[in-house]
Design a protein around this ligand. Structure first.
Ligand code: CP
Ligand code: NVA
Length: 300
């Protein structure tokens, strides 16, 4: 494993290795055991979109590991004035030991990896969000004791989260169902792959998708970059909500996860967030531990 560009590039064994290391690093951090596995290393963090969790967890994560992070905003970088990614990649490779990038097009992340010669970590694109799903899988495994055989249902837009949950969930032996309005399905190639595994369904019927689910997952109706579509999307997605009625059709003890930020009263009710707060905020915390594991695997 040279980069983390998308979960489709990882084998099941590589995902398990990351989750096992993440569990170990979490346990050790809680017990005051320090590991400066990335002593002297520098991670560049390029953010073309906003972030709370990704930024703070990567920065704290590399600090925990004895390294340093540089926050690189496009306002300050020459990228913001049109310097091409090919040149940026070759220059930054000479200064840094790894780059985390959050941007719009997946191609930009792939180009950084192709033109640079240091590990590249995808911190979210319009196509996928692999770091989030590693933390999600870690959280489910922690709470349920396993992943294999569980059913995970994602409710809402067939966006970056849906794409990564399908790939990560199925690779780890889960069954994945998607409930989304017609026209808002996940990536066509990912769905084709998923259908071939026999572990995937996609329907506009939210109750059918959530039936007997062990994990219910949702995300915002309008992602970053889609703010102008919000009014239209709010009408289309109004029935795609995790609420107490939907919980009735899921399995007893079903978990609820949300990558956050959440919009209460839209994709999820305030009541369900509060009832499942220990799962949702553990999930947020696990971003730190999962990403530390990724950085160790790629940069140590
Ligand atoms: N879930 C997630 O990636 O959050 P941020 O946008 O705050 O980084
Ligand atoms: N789908 C959301 C995820 C945020 C973590 C977005 O791209 O804005």
């Amino acid at each position: 494993m040279k980069h983390l560009l998308k979960l489709g590039d990882l084998t099941k064994e590589e995902i398990v290795e990351i989750l096992d290391l993440a569990d170990k690093l979490k346990y050790e951090k809680k017990n005051g055991i320090e590991h400066h596995l990335l002593k002297g290393k520098t991670l560049g963090m390029i953010f073309q979109k906003s972030s709370t969790r990704t930024r703070v967890s990567f920065e704290v994560g590399i600090f925990d590991l004895g390294g340093t992070a540089l926050f690189l905003s496009p306002r300050d970088l020459q990228i913001g004035r049109g310097e091409v990614i090919q040149d940026t990649a070759r220059v930054l490779s000479r200064f840094l030991d790894g780059i985390m990038i959050r941007t719009f097009e997946q191609k930009e992340v792939e180009d950084l990896a192709a033109f640079g010669n240091i590990p590249i970590i995808n911190g979210l694109t319009d196509y996928c969000h692999p770091c989030q799903v590693l933390a999600d899988l870690m959280t489910i495994r922690e709470k349920k004791g396993k992943l294999e055989g569980l059913k995970m249902c994602f409710v809402g837009d067939g966006n970056n989260m849906a794409n990564s949950l399908i790939v990560g969930g199925i690779k780890m032996g889960m069954e994945v169902s998607i409930a989304c309005p017609k026209g808002y399905e996940p990536d066509a190639d990912i769905m084709k792959w998923a259908y071939e595994t026999g572990k995937f369904t996609c329907t506009s019927d939210i109750k059918e998708a959530a039936s007997a689910a062990d994990v219910l997952y949702t995300d915002v109706w309008a992602s970053m970059g889609q703010e102008e579509e919000f009014q239209e999307r709010a009408k289309i997605f109004k029935d795609y909500q995790i609420n107490s009625e939907l919980m009735q059709v899921a399995n007893d003890g079903a978990m609820v996860l949300h990558c956050l930020p959440a919009h209460r009263g839209e994709e999820i009710t305030a009541e369900i967030i509060e009832q499942h707060a220990d799962e949702i905020f553990e999930e947020a915390e696990n971003r730190l531990h999962a990403q530390k594991a990724v950085m160790v695997k790629l940069m140590a």
